[in-house]
Every structure is written in structure tokens, then in C-alpha cells.
Design a protein around this ligand. Structure first.
Ligand code: C2E
Ligand code: MG
Ligand code: MG
Ligand code: MG
Length: 279
């Protein structure tokens, strides 16, 4: 009875916490099952040159094809996947899909075949043999490393461990490129941009939304673009939704963008059709 009372006590005072813990445990079990069942797939979103909307690459975005709940975006599972370390096997499934798909994308006559952008979280990046794994998967898929951009976040660069820099240098020595994702949202420091291990900077959507209506946002983005350009980094604006945002980005000298204005994330089949389209 005391035990029951204890439970009742817990439930009455922390009902939300209790249900959150149960939900997380259930989600963990379900994620385990989904990994074995191979339920993780990928959507692809174009990254384009702003002046003419020509595609330069596509970002691979993980989805969970849940048998009961339908297609789930990362927001539904990434936190628990990170906490439990299940992001590592999920990341491998996603990477395999994406590298294999990219190997079959057409080489447009207008330019080189587009690259594929792969998101790698800090936890994934620090897991044993990550860089060797990425290089091995590229080789297995028959995709040249210069068609791969690894997207990392600023928090990885905060790591005191020299290993991170060695790993990033190894990726680049193999011919892959490195992008810093969601730039501006973390413990951003413009000094990170000086790191020689970086090729691209992706400015977070929160700075792009409403850019044409906010002088302070404009000043920030203008500053990032200017510094990146001086350092020889390619800038990609994330979450471009309107022609007004695109036009102001072009005026600032930002060369590349990604967002609903150009295309939403697409299935593999839609992607093939989109890439093969004749305007
Ligand atoms: P991200 O890497 O910054 O990816 C961009 C996110 O912005 C995507 O959300 C994309 O669908 C969304 N987006 C793109 N353009 C627009 C726009 O114009 N408007 C709006 N409102 N949204 C736009 P998604 O697919 O839900 O992914 C969310 C985050 O989950 C990603 O942010 C990334 O951090 C993470 N993620 C996705 N796939 C993977 C993966 O394979 N591994 C890891 N570790 N993380 C992943
Ligand atoms: Mg990304
Ligand atoms: Mg991003
Ligand atoms: Mg972002």
C-alpha cells in the first residue's frame, strides 16, 4: 500500500514528468525495433545558386517511416536518438541511403553532378571510427568524396579535443567538404570561421526569415557574408522562403540558398524527377 501511495504521490505531483519518462522509454524501444526493421529513409532538399536557381547540391534529411504513425521528421525522434546513442546506427542507415542515391543522380550538362549534404551530430562524430566509416560508405556507394559535404554544428568546434580537427582534416584530405550548419545559433564565434577545416557556412533560418523587413538581421547576415567571403568560405542561406529574402541575399553577396522558395525536401523518386526536369 505504501508503494501504491508512493506511486500515487509521484503521479499526482509530477504527472507530466511521469508521462514524459514513459514516452521516452517507449520511443527508445520503438527506435530499437525501427533500426532492425530499416525504417529510416531520406528526403532531399536542393541547395541552389541564388542568381539562377541552379542546383549545386542536395541535403539529406532523415525521416522515420513509422508503420503506424506515418512519416516522422527528426523533431519526433532525434533528441531521444541522441540521448540513447541510437543516432549512430540511424545515421549509418541514413548515410547509406543518401550516398547510394547521390551516386545515381544525373550529371547535368550545365555543370558538375550535385553534392549530397550529410548531417553528422556531435555524438555521431565522436563515435569510434566515424570518419573511417564515412569514407568506407562513400567508397561502397561508388560516390567520389568530392560529391560529399559533411554538415556539422558549432558545438563540435567547441571540443577541446584535438581529435576533432584531425578528423575534419582527414575528411578534407580525402576530398570531402565540411559545412558548419545552423550558423549563428550556437555559441557562435566568428573566429570559428577562421578554421582551415571548413569549406561552407550555412546561416541558420532564424536569421533569414523576414530578412527584408529587419535592419538588425540584415546587419548580422551582411557581416557573416562579408567575413565568410574574405575567408574564402561559400555561404548558404537556410530557409529562404520568399523572393524578397532571396533578392536581398543576392544584393549582400550571398551566393547560395536552400528553402521552400526553391523546393521542399523530396523523396528519392521526386528528386530524380526534379533533377531531370527541363525548365
Ligand atoms: P538542418 O540540418 O538545419 O536542416 C534544415 C531543416 O530546415 C530541415 O528540417 C528542412 O526541412 C527545414 N527547412 C528547409 N527549408 C525550409 C524553409 O524554407 N522553411 C522552413 N520552415 N523550414 C525549412 P528537418 O528535415 O525537419 O530536419 C531538422 C533537423 O534535423 C536538421 O536541421 C538537422 O539538424 C537534423 N537532421 C536531419 N537529418 C539528420 C540526420 O541524418 N542526422 C542528424 N544527426 N541530424 C539530422
Ligand atoms: Mg543540415
Ligand atoms: Mg541547417
Ligand atoms: Mg537550421
Amino acid at each position: 500500500a505504501a508503494k501504491d501511495a508512493g506511486k500515487g504521490h509521484w503521479r499526482s505531483f509530477h504527472p507530466e514528468l511521469h508521462s514524459t519518462m514513459v514516452e521516452r522509454m517507449n520511443l527508445r524501444t520503438d527506435l530499437d525495433r525501427a533500426i532492425s526493421a530499416g525504417e529510416f529513409t531520406v528526403r532531399y532538399q536542393p541547395i541552389v545558386r541564388l542568381v539562377d536557381a541552379r542546383v549545386v547540391g542536395l541535403e539529406a534529411l532523415a525521416r522515420w517511416e513509422h508503420p503506424l504513425r506515418g512519416t516522422l521528421p527528426p523533431a519526433e525522434f532525434i533528441t531521444v536518438a541522441e540521448e540513447t546513442g541510437l543516432i549512430v546506427p540511424i545515421g549509418i542507415q541514413v548515410m547509406r541511403h543518401a550516398l547510394t542515391a547521390a551516386a545515381s543522380w544525373p550529371v547535368g550538362d550545365a555543370g558538375p553532378a550535385p553534392y549530397v549534404g550529410i548531417n553528422v551530430s556531435v555524438r555521431q562524430f565522436r563515435s569510434l571510427g566515424m570518419v573511417s566509416g564515412i569514407l568506407r560508405e562513400m567508397h561502397a556507394a561508388g560516390l567520389p568524396p568530392d560529391r560529399v559535404v559533411v554538415e556539422i554544428t558549432e558545438s563540435l568546434l567547441l571540443d577541446e579535443n584535438e581529435q576533432v580537427w584531425t578528423d575534419l582534416a582527414r575528411l578534407r584530405a580525402a576530398g570531402a567538404r565540411v559545412a558548419i550548419d545552423d550558423f549563428g545559433t550556437g555559441y557562435s564565434s566568428l573566429s570559428y570561421l577562421r578554421q582551415t577545416a571548413l569549406d561552407l557556412v550555412k546561416i541558420d533560418r532564424s536569421f533569414i526569415t523576414g530578412l527584408d523587413r529587419s535592419p538588425s538581421q540584415r546587419a548580422l547576415v551582411d557581416g557573416i557574408v562579408g567575413i565568410a567571403e574574405t575567408l574564402g568560405l561559400t555561404v548558404v542561406a537556410e530557409g529562404v522562403e520568399t523572393p524578397a529574402e532571396r533578392d536581398i541575399l543576392i544584393a549582400m553577396g550571398c551566393t547560395h540558398g536552400q528553402g521552400y522558395l526553391f523546393s521542399k525536401p523530396m523523396t528519392e523518386q521526386e528528386t530524380t524527377g526534379w533533377l531531370g526536369r527541363k525548365d
